[in-house]
Design a protein around this ligand. Sequence first.
Ligand code: N01
Length: 643
Amino acid sequence: MSRHLRTEPIGDDDATIARALGSLSVSALTAAVVQITGDMSHVRGPIRPREFVQNEFQGRLSEDEQAALRARALTAIAAWRDAGCPPTRPLDPPLIREIMDWIACEPVPDDYAAMYQEEMDLAGRNPRALPVAGTPAHDRAELPVLIIGCGEGGLLAGIRLKEAGIPFEIIERNGDVGGTWLDNSYPGARVDVASHYYSYSFEPADVFSEYYARQPELHRYFREIFDRHGIAEHVRWHREVERAEWDEVAWHWLVTIRGPEGLRETRTARVVISAVGLLSRPSIPDLPGLDGFDGPVFHTAEWDHSVDLRGKRVALIGAGASGFQVGPAIVDDVEHLVVFQRTAQWMAPNPRYHERVRPGEHWALRHLPGYARWYRFMLMWQSSDRLLELVRIDERWPDFPHTANAASAARREVFLDWIMRHVGDDARLAALVTPDYPPMAKRMLQDNGSWLRCLKRPHVELVTDPIAGVGPSSVTTADGQRFDVDVIVLATGFRASELLWPMEIVGRGGTALAKAWDGRPTAYRGISVPDFPNFFMLGGPGTGLAHAGSVILTTECQLRYIGDAIRTLLAGGHRAIEPTRAAHDRYQQALQREISTLMWGHPSIEHSWYKARDGRVYVLCPWRLVDYWAMTATVDPDDHQVS
Ligand code: N01
C-alpha cells in the first residue's frame, strides 16, 4: 500500500479512542468513518455540516450534533478495531465527490474535485509518477538528467526519476538536503502554510508536532524522505553549477560545476532541471557604510549561530515574513531591539500558527484510514482560489487603490480589527503598523499576535524613517536619529526576479538566459523556454504563489509536466523538446494580461519582492491553482517542437 495511505493498527480501548475523537474535526472524522465502513449513511444522515469555516472544521455544528457524530464514529472505529483493523477498500470517485461536497457544504466544482482527487490519491495509484512506464527501459537508462539543487523541488525530482528508472545526479551547493529549509535556520523560522498541506502528496504528514512546523522539523521531514527514497547516492554535495551550455551537435547539456576549493569539472546531461527556486539568493541592501559596521552583520538566510544575542543591542532591518518571525523569537534574549520597517505588512489572524498538533489529531492522522487525506482536503479547500479575488483591481471602487474592491475593503476591516485589538491602546504604534495598501497586494503574513506583542515590549523600538547609513556601531535614519547597536540582522528578503542568478544557462545559438531575460524572467507555463531544449525549471518565472496553495503542490504539478516532456522524448525517439516561440509569447502575454488585473504590480505598491526592476511582476502565478494544475497536466504537442 502507498505510504501516504498506511495507518497503524489500533490497540487502544474505547475510552482512549473517545478521548482522541473529542478533539478532532468531525468533518474529517466522519469521512474517515465512511472510508473504514464503506457506509455512506454517515454522510447521508440528518446531521450535515452547515458551513465550511476556516480552521474550525466542525461545519458549524452544535456541540450535541458533534457529539452524536463522534459517538457513531466511536462505534464504527471500535468495531473495526475488534475485527483486527482489516484493509479498507478505496471509495468510488462519485462517493469521494459526495463526501467532498458534504464537507465543503457546497458542490465542489468539477475541476477542483478532479485536482483534489488526484492530490488525495485515496486509491493509492500514484497518479503523479512520471508517465514513462510504456517506454523501453534501455532508452530511459540513456537519458541522464542533471538536477540543480536538493531542496524540496530537487528532492521531488530525484524521487520521481528514481521511481521511473531514469539516471540522474543532483548538484547541491550545501552539504545537506533541504534548500530553503536548510538555509533559513534563523530563530523562529516556520512555515506559513499548514504543514499537513505543505508536504508531499505521496508521503504521510503525521510527523509534524505543530500545525505550522518550525524549520528544524521541516528539515528533518525532508531529510527522512531523502533517506527513505535512497537519494543520497545521487547527490554531489558542496558543488555549485556555474554554467550549463546546450551542445547543438551532441544534443546534450555541458554543465560546469565548481567544487570545493574552486576546482571545476564538466558533466553532460540530456536533460537539466533547475530546482533552485525563487527565493534562494539573499538580497543584501545597498546601505552606505554597511561594510564598515564593526559587529556581526548577517542575513536571515545565512544566520550566524555563533553570535550570542543575549544582552546585545540588535538592529532588525526588514519586517517581512522573515523579520516578522525573527523579532518575537529573539526579543526575550536581546537587551534592545530596533526594528527598521520600510513598509507595514498586513497579517492574517491565525490562532493555530504556533499551536501544537492536538494529541487526538495526531492519533487520528496515524490510525484512522483516510483521516489525514480528508484533513488535507479541508486545508486545500480553505486555501483554494477564492482569495485571488481580493486582489482583483476594480478601478471603479471609490476607495481604490487604498483597497482593491469591495471584498478587499471588507477584509481590510477584519485585519485592521486584529491590529487594533493588539495595539489599539497605542495610537502611534497602531498607525505605524497599519498598511496603506490593500490586503494581499504584498505577501500576507500569518499572525497569532506574537509580532504586535513583540513591538509593544519596552525594550523594542519600531523605526519607520528610512535608513540613511550605517556607522561602525550604529544605524542612522534620514531624520538624523542614531541607533547604537551591536549586531545587524538583515531580514531583507531575496533576489526573486533575478532567477537562476548567478548561474549562466546558455541555450541554442549561444544565448544566455539571463541576457535574454534582462531582468524580466519568463517561461512557458513557468517551466521551459524556447531555445533552451530539454531545460526545465521548478519554481520558475510566473509560478510563485501569492494568494493560496502550497508551493509543494505547484512543484508537483511542474514535475508532472516535465515527466510528460520526458515521456514525449522517449516515446518519440526524440533528442530534444522545447516550447515554440509563439506558444511561449502567447503564454506570457496572457500571464501579463492577467497580472495587470491584480494589485501585485500596481504602481501604488512601492516596494515588494514581487516586482522586478521595471516595476512589473514576472515571478508570480496569477492563475487559479486549479487552472495551473490543468495547464501542467500534459505537454501540448502544438505548443512544442521536438528534434
Ligand atoms: O523577504 P521580504 P522575507 N531598506 O522581501 C525590507 C517567503 N518566506 O525574507 O516591504 C529597508 O518579504 C522590506 O521592506 P519593503 C515568503 O514567500 C516565508 O521576509 O520592501 N528595508 C521588507 O520589510 C515571503 O514573502 C516564510 O518595503 C528593506 C523586508 O526587508 C518571502 O519568503 C518565512 C530594504 C523583506 O521582506 C520573502 O520573505 C520567510 C532596504 N534596502 C520567508 N530592502 C514563511 O513561510 C528590503 N527591505 C513563514
